[in-house]
Design a binder for this molecule. Structure first.
Ligand SMILES: Nc1nc2c(ncn2[C@@H]2O[C@H](COP(=O)(O)O[C@H]3[C@@H](O)[C@H](n4cnc5c(=O)[nH]c(N)nc54)O[C@@H]3COP(=O)(O)O)[C@@H](O)[C@H]2O)c(=O)[nH]1
Length: 785
């Protein structure tokens, strides 16, 4: 964006443009104030006038009549366009809409809405759709004229009110009035909120001005999201805003969730989401079937111009190709038909069956499923006929295969198939599309609660025990659900969305279902982009280590360092390990990264031991994925250690409690291998899992690290204090050493010392340090000797 702004800065003259806001000045428009105050508009040759609105303002009229060149509108920009106002959206500011229902606190669920008094802003399509989708009949409510005054809830004038999450909840919370929120987003109705739009005339006449205004505004938004307190100050001193500081701060906080600046580039316009909104409007009869979305979305229109040029030049070439292909195809098909007719009826039937059937389970196969998906998606697109796609994946099926062999694995798949068939209704079509993956297509417009019941039935039948080779075995399934035409009508998108939802179900703990949402999609896109970048990170030298001291609590001397990885991303800045280690684990990159950490930190250790402290030790974090397959992920480690001349005792590998709960055979064997080399093993985050101390003793664990959540609350009268004391005393009885992590205060250190805790780590002693600082610390300690 910086580059774009610089190139736009060449614009010499100053143009004045006006932006129509929907309400009076508030944090809802923070980015534009930032762009004004920081001179971003001036940098690109623009003078921007911000026109505040009031309850009579109609943004669309202001822009259509030329009172303002730009406006802030919601997704109904599309409807305005269809009514003959040629608007184009140039940037999406709020990825999610602030539109909600609030109700009195005693209204516990939608079932309680029956007969209640409601105020509904009729222009909110999302809310109408929400009621429709959740089977709330409008006739069951008694409607009152909307007062837009949340105090009507407090004064019991109304039970249910449509509202804006940036406004009414604040008023109610301020009065300590308990209320409940109902959000369309929770059931997948996810429209965008504030969008920056203009007219086609502005785009045609002043294309550079549009780009300049957009870029400077987005730069302002970027600043505003990073420095809300500065913008609040400007709002209070330089703009005619009579809101109190508390309210503006509330808005800023709330807007973080609506804009999602850490997840999504501000301004990002996601075509498939707009396609979804278009379809919803079409289903509600608010948009024509023939409505063309592309010109309504500025960036896509720009892309299309390029495509048009390529298209025209390619057309002649394609025409020739297509013509030859048709001739060839007709000749070839005729010949084939001729042959086919000669074959017997029986053989043909068999071929069709085999082509569409999974030989193991005799269910429909992937090919058949794809054809059905294609035809249902087509009907959803052209006739708005809804259907749901369930994507099922068995949890930890690989373990069954590994443990009992493929024969029993196949048997289990057949059993699961039979059970699935037994619980599905007649309008559901089951297919096996891969090893342990199944799909279910459910035609018809079923409510979410109906689909949830179906998902629950599936979970219930699958989780009942199986008898494999006289062993009772349990397995579960994770389910992702996507809805057409709500989420998409593209077969490949639907399959991808259902897969993403299934992945979410797995990551939330398996044995559950999850509906697709665009939030989830963004998460998955983000994960994918992080994975791609991480692939380059090692080659580009973007990964590096920090070293955090671990001290002897009796002498306060540094005895070891913990190596902690960091990623200097070229655009995102420093990415913490909590963010990228899970990505590395999923993508298999953990092997290379773990290898880098092990080797780099030990090279450093060897150097420091020879210069500063011959008995210095190094702690290294190991991911469960590495420990589960040491043959793959720890190749040549012991040789490397020996070549550096380091004794095994100088190394401590940190594993977590939950690693001991799975893969026990492989893990025990590997722990023994570490012991044979003299390598220490420390159990990280102790206290957060389920390990029993005695069990650790049998597993060759040398240290336990008391989790910092216990150390944090280490105060007189707190349970954590008694727990720490008990853990330390028990660990010592079992000859385990104890490290307390997260020590931040003298008081915590003193209590731990008093309990006889051996080692300590935390900001009190030092934060994780760059290599030079760590070395300086070592050198100063040597001087003290
Ligand atoms: N598999 C690998 N995992 C790694 C590696 N490097 C780090 N990690 C794991 O990532 C998690 C987060 O680590 P990090 O952000 O580096 O945080 C560490 C310390 O900065 C933090 N810490 C230390 N002292 C304090 C303190 O006083 N207060 C406070 N709020 N935080 C403190 O704790 C983290 C160290 O935790 P632990 O490993 O549990 O000792 C973390 O789980 C890392 O394990 C890697 O190379 N591979």
């Amino acid at each position: 964006m910086g580059l774009l702004l610089t190139s736009l800065m060449t614009q010499a003259a100053t143009d004045t443009v006006r932006l129509q806001l929907t309400r009076q000045h508030s944090f809802e428009f923070a980015g534009y104030y930032a762009a004004q105050q920081l001179g971003y508009y001036e940098e690109v040759g623009l003078q921007v006038e911000l026109l505040p609105g009031d309850q009579h303002t109609n943004v669309y009229s202001s822009v259509a009549t030329g009172k303002a060149e730009y406006g802030v509108g919601d997704s109904s920009v599309l409807i305005e366009r269809s009514r003959g106002r040629p608007f184009s959206i140039i940037a999406v500011i709020f990825q999610h809409s602030p539109v909600i229902f609030i109700t009195q606190n005693h209204i516990l669920s939608l079932d309680d809405w029956l007969g209640k008094r409601a105020m509904l802003d009729g222009s909110s399509d999302e809310l109408l759709l929400y009621l429709q989708q959740e089977d709330v009949d409008l006739l069951d409510l008694s409607f009152l004229r909307h007062s837009y005054d949340p105090l009507d809830l407090v004064n019991d004038q109304v039970d249910i009110m449509s509202a804006n999450s940036l406004i009414e909840p604040y008023v109610l919370s301020k009065r300590n009035y308990p209320y409940r929120v109902y959000m369309p987003r929770t059931v997948g109705i996810d429209f965008s909120g504030d969008n920056l739009f203009t007219t086609e005339a502005e785009i045609t006449r002043h294309p550079k001005r549009v780009d300049a205004f957009k870029a400077a505004s987005l730069k302002g938004w970027d600043y505003a999201m990073k420095h809300p307190e500065v913008v609040i100050q400007w709002l209070m001193s330089n703009y005619d805003s009579n809101h109190e500081r508390d309210y503006l701060a509330y808005q800023a906080q709330e807007m973080f969730g609506l804009i999602q600046p850490t997840l999504i580039e501000i301004g990002y316009l996601n075509e498939s989401r707009w396609q979804q909104m278009k379809r919803i409007y079409q289903r509600m009869g608010k948009l024509d079937r023939s409505f063309d979305l592309r010109p309504a979305l500025y960036q896509l229109e720009q892309q299309r111009n390029w495509r048009d040029i390529l298209l025209v030049s390619g057309i002649a070439f394609c025409a020739v190709l297509v013509l030859s292909a048709v001739v060839w195809y007709v000749l070839r098909t005729n010949k084939r038909l001729d042959q086919a007719l000669k074959e017997s009826q029986q053989v043909r039937k068999q071929v069709v069956l085999q082509a569409n059937q999974d030989p193991l389970t005799e269910l429909n196969n992937r090919r058949f499923f794809q054809k059905r998906l294609q035809s249902l998606a087509q009907a959803a697109e052209t006739e708005m006929q809804p259907f749901a796609l369930f994507y099922l994946d068995l949890d930890r099926f690989k373990h069954v295969n590994d443990l009992f062999g493929h024969h029993w694995g196949d048997y289990l798949i057949k059993e699961v198939s039979k059970r699935l068939l037994s619980c599905l209704p007649s309008d559901a079509e089951l297919a096996r599309i891969g090893g342990d993956e199944f799909t279910v297509l459910v035609s018809g417009g079923h409510s979410r609660s109906h689909l949830q019941t179906l998902a629950l039935d599936i979970l219930n039948v699958v989780e009942k025990p199986y008898l494999l080779n006289h062993n009772e075995v349990f397995i579960s399934v994770s389910i992702g659900i996507t809805l057409a035409p709500l989420d998409s009508t593209e077969p490949s998108a639907l399959l991808q969305y259902a897969d993403e939802a299934m992945y979410e179900a797995k990551s939330k703990g398996r044995n559950r279902w999850c509906f697709f949402s665009f939030d989830l999609h963004q998460k998955s896109v983000e994960r994918q982009s992080l994975t791609n970048d991480l692939r380059q990170a090692l080659a580009n030298d973007e990964l590096f280590l920090l070293y955090q001291p671990i001290v002897d609590l009796k002498t306060n001397r540094l005895v070891k360092f913990e190596a902690l990885i960091r990623w200097q991303h070229p655009v995102r800045g420093i990415v913490p390990p909590d963010t990228f280690i899970p990505v590395a684990e999923e993508s298999g990159l953990i092997s290379e990264i773990g290898d880098f950490v092990f080797k780099q930190s030990l090279r450093q250790l060897a150097q420091w031991r020879s210069h500063y402290a011959h008995d210095l030790m190094m702690s290294i974090n190991i991911s469960p994925y590495q420990l589960a397959a040491p043959d793959l992920h720890m190749v040549g480690w012991f040789d490397f250690l020996h070549k550096l001349g380091l004794p095994g005792e100088s190394v401590s590998l940190e594993i977590t409690e939950n690693m001991l709960m799975h893969h026990t055979d492989v893990v025990s064997a590997q722990l023994l291998a570490f012991r044979d080399q003299g390598i220490n093993v420390a159990l990280d985050d102790f206290g957060t899992g389920y390990s029993a101390l005695a069990y650790l003793n049998r597993l060759d664990i040398d240290y336990i690290k008391i989790d910092r959540s216990f150390v944090k609350d280490l105060l007189e009268g707190h349970m954590e204090k008694d727990l720490c004391e008990a853990i330390i005393s028990m660990a010592h009885k079992l000859s385990l050493k104890v490290i307390a992590e997260g020590i931040e205060t003298e008081q915590q250190a003193a209590i731990l010392q008093q309990f006889g805790c051996d080692l300590g780590q935390g900001y009190l002693f030092a934060k994780p340090l760059p290599v030079e600082d760590a070395e300086a610390l070592l050198a100063s300690q040597m001087m003290e000797k």
